[in-house]
Design a protein around this ligand. Structure first.
Ligand SMILES: Nc1nc2c(c(=O)[nH]1)N[C@H]1C(S)=C(S)[C@@H](COP(=O)(O)OP(=O)(O)OC[C@H]3O[C@@H](n4cnc5c(=O)[nH]c(N)nc54)[C@H](O)[C@@H]3O)O[C@H]1N2
Ligand SMILES: Nc1nc2c(c(=O)[nH]1)N[C@H]1C(S)=C(S)[C@@H](COP(=O)(O)OP(=O)(O)OC[C@H]3O[C@@H](n4cnc5c(=O)[nH]c(N)nc54)[C@H](O)[C@@H]3O)O[C@H]1N2
Ligand code: SF4
Ligand SMILES: [Mo]
Length: 720
């Protein structure tokens, strides 16, 4: 028997990027074990149950191992050669007939956890020549990226310095289940326990008493969408009680007076009843936050996927700034990666152009996904007629998915790059599968950029590519080559030469033939921050398979500020303008139910329900309702409820729980696997569920950025 191969890598299923030790039999193509890597300096052996799912995905018989080409209503297996040729010619035909902008791309969430995709998708987009680009960013963190870029001139948000803070205020995040988002901090629970052991406090603001709230020192229910009011009332208290302290950054900040004036309009007694916290609770929170030796406020999906997403994201950073907790130990800090080489990034553009139908602004060249359906189904010049989806399942993840489904069905041509024949890819003309993550190397461009310690790690493949599957970067390169009439090698060489030039590095002549992302990463590292004293290269990472700990987070301001004023903008005009809607909202009231989402520890958006070990057990796609609300609705545990919004209607079994705030109901996303033409035999049996995004309203968006507002949607509920 061949000797098993042991590799150390990071699980890339979520942002925690826990270190794992994988043993495999490469000759037999068998993954033997996956365990937590105790030598990984970030995760120290911690993994969640999903890590083992990497093996499940690798072994899954439903997973696609050959490309598929549509013939009428069914698919035929095809060679990569034929499938790629057809994909390219179909896209080119749309381009010839209607122009490049008739093609749109959608990049799903897993792309940000794969360095090959990060490096090779931009040239593919250029090869298509279209400016229509969508991604999971605009159903997720776009508001935070936008507020950060308006305030600091960089789109990478600062992260909570969890391991050194004394007061951790979490708004609208549930890291005990999600394992952290916009922050890479594996084993959140251990970090919270250490915080509490050193006398620190965890406070959670959430309409549901979540798993994170359960271990917190205090939890406050809040009306969905109430966070901006809470933050303004906290700021109001800080100003009124003379608790403002800009600390070290005093001379690098502008707009403080504007914030003071704005917060004056929102005193605690005025917002209390609308948001569900008392005046005393708001003032007490403000005092505790300002008195703590160090404190940090951190928000996630509950603060971004809502109506006031960008405003809330902005006010969170304002709170950290005006209490001298920004860019300070134990506060909110920026990571410093091994692949970056410049303090000042070019600020991402916003609103240079707008979408055709709803006039939504682009951000960094991308449009909000909430507008994709109308861009396809609204007739007229400039209509989207072809779609390329890459590692995304928008028919389960985008708002108003029933409309999107009809729109997608009407496309002239569609290509999907994915592991599965799923709810979205079933509509494609061509499906191009790829390897799974254990079969390829990786580096956490995104994870390292939001890490709670500066860190770098290279993951080498744990097993060779099964069935000659191509890696995602190879698919991107092959497709791009066909679109441009070049060879993959030529495109790669052009990209490489350009990278070397921009990073001022002389390419190593020995490495000229090594096509692929590692060669590019080597240049990023060689020219990166940690290469100044001695070279920090791919070899450095290879010699340290558990990862390289580059130390605790360091102060990076004022050097990083890249706004046009060269100051931190406490009160950007764009955001002040949208505050008018806040004022309006405070005047209005509604007694309708509002919908929020939730996540499950053994799940990952839409694509883990096919793995038996993770998906078996009770139905998770239930409508959580407070027992008192249920009584009024004449519903009880297990009843089927009809949930209806402006755009649609779904049914789900009721689960009574006192964890929810009254008037709020919760239904998770990523379900609705009942369709017959998909190849997800496990998901259909284990966790079929219903697709909540049928009732997510595509017009219910974050005011400023157009990000989908999955939370706070008004719904009516009735018994079936
Ligand atoms: N109602 C509601 N909707 C939501 C959310 C919510 O909270 N509530 N959350 C939103 C958020 S935060 C996100 S990030 C989005 C996610 O939205 P999407 O990214 O559109 O959806 P995922 O379910 O993550 O789908 C990922 C797809 O990538 C494929 N895939 C996985 N690995 C690979 C690979 O290595 N190669 C290739 N080619 N394909 C791969 C999977 O098979 C799957 O089809 O959903 C959003 N939708
Ligand atoms: N197990 C698991 N882990 C995951 C994922 C998964 O599907 N499963 N998905 C991954 C992805 S793509 C992401 S983006 C992250 C998300 O990571 P998180 O944001 O930490 O996870 P969510 O469960 O979406 O948490 C959002 C919280 O906001 C609350 N909320 C809703 N509306 C409001 C509001 O208006 N105000 C306030 N204050 N709170 C509100 C919800 O009740 C919920 O507890 O998780 C990642 N990790
Ligand atoms: S928390 Fe779980 S899914 Fe996320 S990286 Fe760690 S092991 Fe993987
Ligand atoms: Mo996400």
């Amino acid at each position: 028997m061949a000797k098993p191969l042991t590799t150390y890598r990071s699980c890339n299923l979520c942002e925690a990027h826990c270190g794992i030790t994988v043993t495999s039999d490469p000759e037999e193509g068998i993954i033997e074990t996956i365990r937590g890597d105790i030598k990984d300096p970030m995760s120290k052996g911690y993994i969640c149950p999903k890590a083992y799912g990497l093996k499940g995905i690798y072994e899954d018989l439903d997973r696609l191992r050959t490309p598929l080409i549509r013939r009428g209503n069914s698919f035929e297996e095809a060679s990569y050669e034929d499938a790629l040729d057809l994909a390219a010619s179909g896209l080119m035909e749309v381009k010839r007939n209607f122009g490049a902008n008739a093609i749109s791309t959608y990049l799903g969430n897993p792309n940000i956890h794969d360095f090959g995709s990060m490096i090779y998708h931009p040239p593919l987009q250029r090869a298509l020549g279209t400016k229509w680009r969508f991604s999971a960013t605009s159903i997720d963190n776009l508001p935070k990226s936008l507020s950060t870029s308006l305030m600091f001139g960089t789109s990478t948000p600062a992260v909570p310095d969890i391991d050194r803070t004394d007061f951790f205020l979490i708004i609208g995040a549930n890291p005990i289940v999600s394992n952290g988002s916009l922050v890479t901090a594996p084993d959140f629970k251990r970090r919270i326990e250490s915080l509490q052991k050193r006398g620190g406090k965890l406070i959670v603001i959430d309409p549901r008493r979540t798993e994170t709230a359960d271990i917190a020192d205090m939890h406050f229910h809040i009306r969905p969408g109430g966070d901006a009011f809470l933050l303004l009332a906290i700021l109001n208290t800080l100003f009124a009680e003379d608790r403002i302290n800009l600390g070290r950054l005093k001379n690098h900040v502008c707009g403080l007076e504007t914030i003071e004036n704005l917060s004056r309009e929102f005193p605690p007694d005025k917002v209390a009843s609308a948001i569900g916290l008392s005046e005393f609770e708001i003032k007490d929170l403000a005092r505790r936050f300002s008195k703590a030796r160090s404190a940090v406020c951190y928000g996630r999906m509950g603060t971004t996927a809502q109506r006031f997403g960008t405003i809330t994201s902005w006010l969170i950073d304002v709170l950290n700034l005006v209490t001298a907790n920004f860019d300070e130990f134990g506060g909110s800090m920026f990571a410093k990666t091994a692949h970056e080489n410049t303090e000042r990034q070019r600020p991402p553009a916003f609103g240079r152009w707008r979408s055709r139908v709803s006039q939504l602004p682009e951000f960094a060249g991308e449009l909000p996904l909430a507008t994709l359906a109308e861009e396809i189904d609204t007739p007229g010049e400039g209509r989207v007629r072809a779609l390329l989806t890459i590692a995304g399942n928008p028919l389960l993840s985008a708002p108003n998915s029933a409309r999107l489904q009809e729109a997608i069905k009407s496309l002239d041509f569609m290509v999907s790059v994915d592991l599965y024949l799923n709810e979205t890819t079933q509509h494609a003309n061509v499906i191009l599968p790829t390897t799974t993550s254990l079969e390829r190397s990786n580096y956490g461009f995104v994870a390292h950029g939001q890490s709670t310690r500066n860190f770098a790690k290279l993951c080498m493949e744990s097993i060779p590519a099964q069935d000659n599957l191509l890696h995602p970067w190879q698919v991107a390169l092959e497709l791009g080559a066909r679109l441009r009439g070049q060879t993959p090698e030529e495109i790669d060489e052009e990209m490489f030469t350009q990278l070397c030039r921009s990073r001022n590095i002389k390419p190593d002549p020995d490495k000229t033939n090594l096509i692929g992302p590692e060669r590019h990463l080597d240049i990023f590292l060689r020219s990166g921050f940690y290469s100044s004293a001695e070279p920090f290269t791919l070899e450095t990472l290879k010699a340290n398979p558990h990862g390289v700990d580059l130390g605790a987070l360091m102060r990076r301001l004022p050097e990083m500020i890249a706004t046009s004023s060269a100051k931190i903008e406490l009160a950007p005009d764009i955001l002040l303008k949208d505050c008018d809607q806040l004022r309006e909202r405070l005047k209005s009231s509604s007694d309708r139910f509002v919908l929020i989402g939730r996540r499950h520890l053994r799940s990952n958006n839409s694509w883990f329900h096919n793995i038996r070990s993770l998906a078996k057990g009770p139905q998770r796609c239930t409508l959580q309702v407070h027992p008192e609300d249920a009584r009024a609705l004449k519903l009880t545990n297990g009843d089927l409820a009809i949930i209806e919004s402006r755009v649609g209607k779904v049914k789900a079994p009721v689960e009574l729980t006192e964890k929810l705030m009254r008037g709020v109901v919760s239904l998770p996303h990523g379900y609705g696997h009942g369709e017959t033409s998909t190849k997800l035999s496990g998901a259909k049996v284990f966790q079929s569920g219903t697709n909540v995004n049928v009732i997510s309203d595509d017009k219910w968006r974050d005011l400023t950025s157009g990000n989908a507002a999955f939370n706070g949607i008004f719904v009516s509920i009735s018994a079936q």
